[in-house]
Design a protein around this ligand. Structure first.
Ligand SMILES: Nc1ncnc2c1ncn2[C@@H]1O[C@H](COP(=O)(O)OP(=O)(O)OP(=O)(O)O)[C@@H](O)[C@H]1O
Length: 267
């Protein structure tokens, strides 16, 4: 395993006196597929916004020994913290390779796109392999499937050599097969990186999370292994009251991926 842990301590974010995040602490380590879940408005995206410098927060968010809070967005990116947004932010008119070139800062000319595969930057080639997009090099991003667009965003973070990937609802709107492929992708990239996933999809969380933090009204309600969290009566109460019986059923179902989680934590 490589890389430094992300340690968030007593994170607070206020919007004109409204406390969106009220003293949240959690950590995420390389090798983990760490989940942040909670009902609408719980403060999940705001936590990521504060960690990545998009929103001002107080408290602490450290990558290794380096404090991220108070730093400018581009400096946080340079420290190796990358994120995706709920809506994919790829350039639809550009090919997969051109999108990755921009992410890598290489600025290829159109002529270079005609070069043989060996002309592709090694970091881009690795990212294409890891995300399963190797066959889509010349495909305009706009005609990729919804899932492939999200994978392209993740590939863009990989070519930037992000050590921490903060992914905001990466499987929203995906088919079952795409969700499975995304979970497997996260497990593939996690051993060398810290992956933190904000998600609503409980089934996805149960299948692929190593540890989970549940937020509710800007505070940590529960955190731990999937089985511990879904057995927590406070979590069941919040999901009963806010997300309906379907979610509660999903939360209480037996977790499938225990073997996969054990493998990840052993690696
Ligand atoms: N820029 C802002 N100005 C004012 N209030 C905000 C702002 N951004 C978020 N909020 C509020 O902060 C609270 C937390 O929002 P946030 O988007 O972090 O929740 P979330 O858990 O990510 O929810 P969702 O799952 O719906 O995306 C919400 O009440 C939201 O309305």
């Amino acid at each position: 395993m490589t890389g430094a842990p992300l340690v968030v301590t007593d994170l607070r974010v206020e919007f004109s006196g409204f406390v969106a995040v009220g003293g949240v602490s959690f950590d995420a380590h390389p090798g983990e597929v760490r989940f942040l879940i909670g009902p609408n408005g719980a403060g999940k995206t705001t936590c990521i916004d504060a960690i990545t410098g998009l929103t001002r927060g107080t408290g602490s968010a450290k990558l290794g020994g380096t404090e991220l809070l108070g730093k400018q967005v581009h400096k946080i990116v340079r420290l190796g913290v990358g994120r995706t947004f709920q809506t994919a932010s790829v350039f639809d008119e550009l090919t997969v390779l051109q999108n990755l070139d921009i992410a890598a800062g290489l600025r290829r000319s159109p002529v270079s796109l005609l070069r043989a595969r060996r002309g592709v930057d090694p970091s881009i080639e690795r990212a294409l392999e890891e995300t399963g997009l190797a066959g889509e090099l010349a495909t305009p991003a706009g005609i990729l499937s919804h899932g492939q667009k999200q994978w392209l965003e993740i590939a863009m973070l990989l070519v930037q050599d992000a050590k921490v990937l903060l992914l905001d609802e990466p499987v929203a709107g995906m088919s079952h097969d795409e969700r499975t492929a995304t979970g497997e992708l996260l497990q593939r990239i996690a051993p060398k990186r810290t992956v933190l996933v904000v998600e609503h999809d409980m089934d996805f969380m149960r299948r692929f999370a190593t540890r989970v933090t549940v937020l509710h009204q800007g505070k940590v309600l529960s955190q731990g292994a999937v089985a511990e969290v879904q057995a927590d009566p406070r979590v069941q109460e919040v999901y009963l009251g806010t997300a309906g019986a379907a979610t509660t059923a999903a939360m209480s179902a037996v977790p499938e991926p225990v073997a996969a989680m054990q493998k990840l934590t052993e690696d």
